[in-house]
Ligand binder design. Structure first.
Ligand code: GLN
Length: 483
């Protein structure tokens, strides 16, 4: 019996009913990774021994009756989320041998829930990218067809879940890196409201956007993971005291009478016709379930991509400043002076796209450009927030495509940065506004590649979007990749 297509909920009941042990389940997943991940390259590190040890402890907890739904569930963690004993490489030569002295808060909370960590997943270097090809460990492939990219930057996380290498995963989303790869791999992925999940131990890319988010086989499973990792953390002052972290509490409630906003700008000429049709049909399905669709507008949509790339690059250039070859990580053997050492270290250990963002960020923050680019982008950010607020005055949520196209062929976006940046055109407005959004698969294109829709919610109202995604998933038939 193989359990690789099972949800957390299903696995959890098998474990609880003693139909399988946590150790057996872990062995089953490890075996599948060993046999099949050569085709996908979704893991950077598989930590077999630690996983077995965690599974033993999980089984003891299950036997004692301490059975939270995550106990004994095999999960993966993106390789920019710090873990003790196991390397956290950020898919970069810079951190190739880096082992963190502490666990990220999200990892700590998974451990407290007795989840079993199988390993660390592949990604774009420092989470900068949309294709998961910019990894020093080689690119990730889409399990639905290995000619295609899985999206990024959490491509290893999404591909791993789609391929049945783990039941669920932690990814990170700055401008779309949980939602976009989830869409392109045909799985569910949730970006939480900024401030919901601690960033302590998440290697910083753009600090005012970064959030850790779950990727799983259902909206309900995303809710299970989010409920475990969310909430105030002493080590991250941007986390918020949350009244309710039971994110699945609304699942199964009636969605009749809810108003869903459909913003015209997200269905414009940049979006592929096939994607538009599939997402619109999904929206109409909500209508048949008793929701009202309302045409709305996000006038600032056209400025969101620029504002996001300018602000996030400014923040990235500052965050990358810690890699100087002195404190930790890679150190060049060349250079007689301090300045030369830093320069050579960065030249040798950062990839092209990371260097491009550092240069763009420094340009944005330079004295001559600061007002015209950085300050202006922050004004755009305020405007985008206001536009969303206006929509939420009359709507309970918003539906948009998650990506402008289904998966791209591997290599297709690599040489054209602007085209690559546009792959996030539908996800960045939500990131800029700090709102929550969930991607759920809603169809397949002519090549059989998945298409996803995003349901965007009010700030801290993850439970409504989880309920809505779940309502759709109940009748949607997912296709399992033939791997
Ligand atoms: N693709 C976007 C970027 O390169 C978003 C990445 C992310 O969300 N981590 O900035």
């Amino acid at each position: 019996m193989e359990f690789n297509n099972y949800t957390i909920k299903e696995l959890s009941s098998l474990l609880r009913n003693k139909e399988i042990s946590a150790v057996e389940l872990t062995e089953m997943y490890l075996k599948r990774i060993k046999a099949k991940d050569v085709q996908i390259n979704s893991f950077i590190t598989v930590c077999e021994d630690t996983a077995r040890e965690m599974a033993r402890k999980a089984q003891q907890a299950i036997d004692r009756g301490e059975v939270g739904q995550l106990a004994g569930i095999p999960v993966s963690v993106k390789d920019n989320i710090c873990t003790t004993q196991i390397p956290t490489t950020c898919a970069s030569k810079m951190l190739e041998n880096f082992v963190s002295p502490f666990d990220a808060t999200a990892v700590d909370r998974l451990k407290n829930n007795y989840a079993v960590m199988l390993g660390k997943t592949n990604m774009d270097e420092f989470a900068i990218g949309c294709t998961s090809q910019r990894s020093v460990f080689g690119g990730v492939k889409n399990p639905h067809s290995t000619d295609f990219s899985p999206g990024g930057s959490s491509g290893g996380a999404a591909a791993g879940v789609a391929a049945g290498f783990c039941a669920a995963a932690l990814g990170s989303d700055t401008g779309g890196s949980v939602r976009q790869p989830a869409a392109l791999c045909g799985v569910t992925g949730l970006r939480p409201t900024y401030g919901t999940v601690s960033r302590y131990g998440l290697v910083a890319f753009a600090s005012s956007f970064d959030q850790i988010g779950p990727i799983a086989r259902s909206a309900e499973d995303c809710g299970i993971l989010l409920s475990a990792i969310a909430g105030k953390d002493f080590y991250d002052n941007t986390t918020v005291e949350l009244a309710n972290t039971e994110y699945n509490s609304k699942i199964g409630s009636s969605i009749k009478g809810l108003t869903i906003g459909v913003p015209a700008e997200f269905f414009g000429e940049e979006i592929d016709d096939e994607v538009k049709t599939i997402v619109m049909n999904a929206a109409k399905q909500y209508e048949s379930m008793g929701c009202t669709l309302k045409e709305v507008s996000l006038p600032s949509f056209k400025y969101a991509l620029s504002a996001y790339y300018l602000i996030s690059s400014a923040e990235a250039s500052s965050n990358m400043g810690r890699y100087d070859g002195i404190k930790f990580g890679y150190r060049s053997l060349n250079g007689d002076t301090y300045d030369e050492l830093i320069k050579n270290t960065r030249t040798e250990a950062f990839g092209d796209e990371v260097k491009r963002r550092i240069m763009l960020g420094n340009y944005v923050l330079s004295k001559e450009n600061y007002n015209a680019l950085f300050v202006k982008s922050q004004q755009v950010r305020a405007k985008i927030k206001e536009d969303f607020k206006n929509i939420f005055d009359t709507c309970d949520c918003i539906i948009t495509p998650t990506t402008p196209h289904s998966a791209y062929k591997i290599g297709e976006l690599e040489s054209t940065p602007v085209k690559m940046y546009s792959a996030n055109i539908c996800t960045v407005p939500v990131s800029v506004a700090g709102l929550p959004a969930i991607n759920t698969p809603c169809g397949y294109d002519k090549n059989g590649m998945p298409v996803g829709m995003s349901i965007v919610g009010r700030a801290f109202d993850e439970s409504t979007i989880i309920m809505l995604a779940d309502a759709f998933e109940r009748s949607f038939v997912r296709r399992e990749p033939a791997i």
